[in-house]
Write a protein that binds this ligand. Structure first.
Ligand code: C2E
Ligand code: CA
Ligand code: CA
Length: 287
């Protein structure tokens, strides 16, 4: 009963604009540059309050509502990111999560093309995140679809890399640009030697195949420093910022860029960069 109610609520929620897209910044650790964000959907339910995507995305997938919801998320992410680019926030990318259902039953390519046309957002600034398990569900169909998207200029990331069934054999055949190391491996990275080996292996794979590697779930400075030393370029996590509503994301970008400008003209760049991270981290928490 709960599930059916949730399904009905999802439908009316879409009509009544109860969803909001949040953005979590991704930072190049070596340069301090913000490369863009991951779009993460939020549902403000009128009576139940905020419902986590872990709860409602599976229901949206099973009921097929994810097709419509996913299209709305895609358009919103493109529109918002274009706005930030036009405001001079830099050549920001946005990464949008795509569920398996959107791949197999949703005419993904026409949907993405339509979103780009409507919003006038550039295909090369858009990245789609798909999980290993979504890929493995129907590898041949997904590979075809990925090639079409990639020819169109869209970037592709494998999410939660290392947690699903092995896709190592497929890595050769995927037109993939980015691997996202799951936060489970980052969590104990400064203590657990098994995790260190896993992270090193993913970085090695990334290097070999010419892929970007993003570490997600970076929660403290030890993890950040460790990843930097290992040669990981891009980090995402609470240590840098939690996912933020559009206005908060804009304010965060302004703060971040201001601090970076000050550091560029400062003397001791490295230590000031670290204190800037800590300060922004505090701001993010307060937000
Ligand atoms: P995901 O794609 O792996 O997204 C990362 C999740 O980790 C997000 O949870 C994010 O808020 C959280 N996170 C970020 N930094 C940290 C950190 O430092 N520590 C910890 N512990 N967590 C961190 P969120 O937003 O609750 O989303 C959960 C999942 O729901 C996502 O996992 C994704 O699978 C799904 N999801 C979220 N938004 C969308 C969407 O727009 N479309 C689809 N299809 N799925 C979505
Ligand atoms: Ca993701
Ligand atoms: Ca992930």
């Amino acid at each position: 009963t709960e599930r059916m109610t949730l399904e009905e609520d999802l439908k009316s929620g879409l009509l009544e604009n109860q969803f909001e897209v949040y953005y979590q910044p991704k930072v190049n650790m070596q340069t301090g540059e913000v490369i863009g964000s991951e779009a993460l959907v939020r549902w403000h339910h009128p009576t139940l309050g905020n419902i986590r995507p872990d709860i409602f995305i599976p229901v949206a997938e099973e009921s097929g509502i994810i097709i419509q919801l996913g299209e709305w998320i895609l358009r919103t992410a493109c529109r918002d990111t274009l706005k930030l680019q036009q405001m001079g926030m830099g050549d920001l990318q946005v990464a949008v999560n795509i569920s398996a259902v959107q791949f197999t039953g949703g005419d993904l390519l026409p949907t993405v093309k339509r979103a780009l046309e409507e919003t006038e957002f550039s295909a090369t600034s858009l990245e789609l995140e798909i999980t290993e398990s979504a890929v493995m569900h129907d590898p041949e169909a997904v590979i075809r679809s990925l090639h079409e998207l990639s020819q169109f200029g869209i970037k592709l990331a494998i999410d939660d890399f290392g947690t699903g069934y092995s896709s190592l054999a497929y890595l050769k055949r995927f037109p993939v640009d980015t691997l996202k190391i799951d936060r489970a491996f980052i969590k104990d990275i400064s203590r657990d030697s098994d995790d260190v080996v896993i992270v090193e292996a993913v970085l090695g794979l990334g290097k070999h195949f010419g892929l970007k590697v993003v570490a997600e779930g970076v929660e403290d400075n030890d993890q950040l420093e460790f990843l930097k030393r290992q040669g990981c370029d891009i980090a995402q996590g609470y240590h840098l910022s939690p996912p933020l509503a559009f206005d908060q994301y804009l304010a965060w970008l302004e703060d971040w860029n201001r601090e970076r400008d000050e550091i560029d003209s400062g003397v001791d760049a490295a230590s000031e960069y670290n204190s800037a991270v800590v300060q922004l981290h505090k701001n993010g928490r307060n937000a």
